[in-house]
Design a binder for this molecule. Structure first.
Ligand code: ATP
Length: 332
């Protein structure tokens, strides 16, 4: 593991009289892609804005490359920010957008020219420098926003939900583009999102926040396969929560606590399955969602390919062995 470039130590973030996230500890390796993932209001943006210095920390420390920057103003922190919808200045050309922070810092003209051309070449937008944002594609605008964030020499880039207003297809290609630039240019990324696909597709590490607390930190596969809490199990992927009687029937023994089964782990042609009535079949192209009634309990399954069961028919249902996620906490 590379050395930690950014370190949050016992960090409390929030607003006067209101702590949003308490006692956050996180070490980010140099060159890592880290997502802060969580539902609306979980505190992701507040953490990001505190790292950027746009909000003062309420307690604890922020360290960048070993240096305590907790009380530094934003312009002295050497972190770049890519905002929601990129927030490019519409009346300025790409060149002027990228040069903005250097101009504010009153750098000499020749240095600004040189530096803007360097980062534009890295982001492969040299041919776009004279254009204004409105005449660039979304992908080109994103590259300008990343070049603007890198121009002052920042090696850590903070992304504040940059993809939030894009449709699914464009979003997928923008993700690939961000990931490609991050890998090629080697910067460290802290990416705020409420979208699990953003986090799963791009991140080395995902930090899941809920109600101001870290629920779990891990790579996408670990979060998906070994969720630490019921919240993670329901937030990442799609799961059925099994009622206690159904859990006992399907899992073969009485379960103390809460149990979940992912839709793809519900099998509908098991040799020794429990009869389940097919209520509804939803064809979604690559897969189909089947809603079932099992001894009075609702359960859903996901099937890839054909044949699909007919609504009203009865199918033998079982849970893939070992696939249930069981949490020994009280049922709410
Ligand atoms: N300026 C503010 N003053 C007081 N409270 C705020 C302020 N901005 C946000 N909050 C509160 O802080 C909490 C966390 O908000 P935050 O924006 O960090 O959440 P988030 O996880 O980024 O959500 P979203 O995805 O909706 O932006 C919320 O309860 C919110 O109401």
């Amino acid at each position: 593991m590379a050395d930690s470039v950014l370190s949050l130590q016992n960090l409390d973030v929030g607003f006067p009289g209101m702590t949003v996230v308490h006692d956050l500890n996180l070490d980010v390796a140099d060159g890592a892609f880290v997502s802060l993932l969580g539902p609306s209001g979980s505190g992701k943006s507040t953490v990001l804005r505190t790292i950027a210095g746009l909000l003062p920390a309420l307690g604890g420390r922020v360290a960048l490359e070993g240096r305590d920057i907790t009380t530094f103003p934003p312009e002295r922190r050497n972190v770049g920010i890519v905002f929601q919808n990129y927030a490019l200045f519409p009346t300025m050309t790409a060149f002027e957008n990228i040069a903005f922070a250097l101009r504010v810092a009153k750098k000499p003209k020749a240095e600004i020219e040189k530096r803007v051309h360097e980062v534009a070449a890295m982001a492969r937008i040299t041919d776009q420098l004279d254009k204004k944002p409105a005449s660039m594609s979304g992908g080109q605008q994103q590259r300008v926003a990343i070049a603007r964030a890198l121009v002052t020499g920042s090696r850590v880039l903070l992304f504040d939900e940059p993809l939030s207003n894009l449709d699914a297809k464009v979003r997928a290609s923008m993700r690939q583009e961000i990931k490609r630039l991050q890998t090629e240019l080697g910067f460290t990324a802290i990416f705020v999102t409420h979208d699990q696909e953003d986090a799963l597709t791009m991140s080395d590490v995902i930090v899941v926040l809920n109600h101001g607390k870290i629920e779990q930190i891990g790579d996408g596969r670990t979060l998906y396969r070994k969720p630490a809490t019921p919240f993670i199990c329901e937030f990442i992927g799609v799961s059925n929560e099994l009622a206690p009687q159904l859990a006992a029937r399907l899992l073969g023994s009485e379960i103390k606590g809460r149990s979940f089964v992912r839709l793809e782990d519900v099998m509908l042609s098991a040799t020794a399955g429990i009869p389940a009535r097919v209520k509804h079949v939803e064809f979604l192209g690559a897969y189909s969602r089947i809603d079932l009634d099992v001894e009075g309990h609702a359960l859903s399954a996901m099937l890839i390919g054909d044949p699909l069961p007919d609504p009203g028919s009865t199918v033998p249902l079982a849970v893939r062995p070992g696939a249930a996620h069981i949490f020994a906490e009280a049922i709410p």
